[in-house]
Each structure stands twice: as C-alpha cells, then as structure tokens.
Unconditional design. Sequence first.
Length: 254
Amino acid sequence: MFGTETVVEMSAPDAEHKAYKGLADVTAITLTDATAINANAFANLAYLQSISAPEVLSVGSSAFSKCFRMASISLPKCTSVGNSAFEGMSGLQSISLPECLSVGYNAFKGAFDKNAQNTSLVLPKCTSVGSDIVSDCNAKSIELTVATSLPEECLYKGNYTSVRLPAVQSIGNRCFDNGRNLTDVYFGYNGVVTLPTLEEWEEYNLFAWEVQTVTIHVPTAQLALDYAADSKWAKVVAETQSHGGSVVFVGDYA
C-alpha cells in the first residue's frame, strides 16, 4: 500500500550527496554511517515518520522541511542545524539535539503539533542561534541552556508559554515580539545573576503588545528589584504598558 511499511537504508556516500530522489512514499529511513544531511535532502516527504541517523553531525537547510508526519526526531551527534531545517514539521512532538552548537534562521518555523501537550524545545549546548528560530512554532516551552546572546527577533512569533534562558546576558530588539501566549521568562536559574543587557536599539519592545502579563523570574528578590529599577528594563515595561500589556519581576527560585 502506498506510503506504508517502506524502509530505506542508506550509507554515507548516498546520504551525503545531493537531495534524495524517488522516496515519495518512504516511511522510515536509516542512515547507517552518514555524517551529513544535505540541504533539502528529505524535504516534502509527506509519509516519512522516522529516521535513524546516529552519526550525523550536520543538518542542511530545509533538510526535513514539511515532513509533517514525523512525531519525533533524535540526532545524538548533530552539532549544526541549518536554516529552516525542521520548518513545517507540524506533527512533531519531541526533538533531541543534545550536542547541537548552532541553529540557523527559521530552523523550527511552524514545527511541533499544536494539539500536543507539554511539548518543549531544549538546546542544552547551543551557543549560536539565528533570528526567527521558532516563528509559528508550537512548542509550549523553550530552553536555551548555555546561549549568552539572543539576536534581534530570535524568538519572534512563537506560540510558547515559557522561556528559560539561564545564561543569557544580551537580548536583541523584539526578541519575544508576537509571542502572544508568553507568560513566563526565567533568567539566571543556573546561578548567573547579573542583569542581562539590552542591545542598543531605538525601541525596546521585546514583548508582544497583546499579552496581558509577562512575569520575569530571577533567583532573588533583590535581583527582581534591580531589574525593575534598571533604566533600560524600565523602558521595556513602559513600552509594553503603552500597548496594553504588563511586565513584572519576581525573585522566586533562589
């Protein structure tokens, strides 16, 4: 039957060449010793449900774009994810990238099942992130564990409710803009307690104008007071309030 029980095994020479052909009905792929998945390699494979790629180190741009039946993906050795690599994977419920160091523009755009509960995108070793990495992404929570800097519009237009940024020290303009479901941001819970700085932009509209309340969580009550008193963060608060939202600072997990 078309689109069912079709398994393809590929070795490195096949997997590292140009985009794969003739795989329209494949449901599972095994890359036995491939170290790279090229741009557009598996894009638009509507029946693809699983892939085994234990040795892959890099995923090219749009490699899995619109593989909307894949519910989970694990790339245990991957260190680099290209632009739009997982864009449109709207059936995704979990992704594991434990060694990933860099993520490109729009990498998770439109990814994750909007009806799934408690979905999360965790990048424990990623230090370099592009803009718009989660635009229209339906993961409910985001964690960038070791990233110290977020570029302009990094988390723009995501559908997340919480974001954890324990090491972030610099935040670009409109970082959380259009994140209309955002309620909680966590800074410094791994012990980093200095104030994140804001990039020198003309505006500081970090948050979606339509949100009611964003709570910024920090380790101590004193740090919450420092945030509230900081002139740049005060401008963020004022900018958000002027458009009907609010920002509060809470020290609650020392």
